[in-house]
Design a protein around this ligand. Structure first.
Ligand code: MG
Length: 251
């Protein structure tokens, strides 16, 4: 069960491009200032990555300053020190599994490295070249796909045939498949259902089509007090908490 203090602002941060450079570890100069800032506040993380990937990017001593980590787009919730408090289930229809197999058989891309379908908490990830591909093989597929539009074709097919699912082109070699609407916007519902009254969100892809957009969309529908900030990177985030009144900075 998730509990939040209704009398305190819920500060929610994205990871990639917000607390860290994309796919990089959090900068140590940022982490010490950030830890000091979180004292007496309630802070949360909202990320598309799973918990172990998040731990690689955000050191444990920073991660433990967050009340909850909403990972896998809110499909998995970890409390302080990593305890799992929520995990949603997700299954692909058998017909779709067969259709993914035929995509794999019929593709004109001639290299397959294995590990093509990966089930994650709340989502599936499908890749024609396969997740075992090395850097060069990934780049080769990405270049080929840009010319041939294979990933878009597969995503369109799934979205048309399975209205309850949502497929999108993700990363450089794969497509992501989720249950419709279960994107990062779930984080707003987790917080609202737990008694939150005001949410402040910081992310780097808040525009429509960006992977933080679900949060903005649901905040607007939530009836809660909220603010949101689109940042250009960790430096920008630091500037925000230093100077912006909503973050109690600039006093
Ligand atoms: Mg991001």
């Amino acid at each position: 069960m998730i509990t939040v203090d209704p009398n305190k602002i819920c500060y929610v941060f994205d990871v990639d491009g917000t607390l860290t450079e994309p796919r990089m570890e959090m900068d140590t100069s940022l982490s010490s200032e950030f830890i000091a800032w979180t004292a007496n506040k309630q802070c949360f993380i909202a990320t598309g990555s799973d918990y172990s990937k998040t731990r690689e990017q955000v050191p444990w001593y920073v991660l433990d300053c967050f009340k909850y980590v909403f990972c896998c787009m809110g499909n998995e919730v970890r409390a302080q020190f990593g305890t799992t408090v929520h995990r949603s289930s997700f299954f692909l229809p058998d017909t779709l599994k067969n259709e993914l197999d035929s995509f794999l058989e019929n593709t004109k891309f001639n290299l397959k490295t294995g590990n093509h379908l990966e089930m994650r908490t709340g989502m599936a990830n499908f890749s024609i070249v396969g997740r075992n591909a090395d850097f060069e093989q990934r780049a080769a597929y990405n270049k080929w796909d840009n010319l041939n539009g294979e990933r878009k074709m597969m995503a369109d097919f799934i979205n048309q045939k399975y209205p309850e699912l949502e497929a999108s082109v993700g990363g450089s070699i794969s497509i992501d498949i989720i249950k419709k609407g279960l994107d990062k916007g779930q984080v707003v519902h987790h917080l609202k259902d737990s008694g939150a009254t005001k949410i402040v969100f910081v992310g780097d892809r808040c525009e429509e089509g960006g992977n933080d957009y679900g949060i903005i969309r649901e905040l607007k529908k939530s009836g809660l007090a909220f603010e949101w900030y689109n940042v250009s990177g960790p430096e920008d985030t630091l500037k925000l908490i230093r100077t912006n009144k909503v973050f109690e900075g600039g006093k």
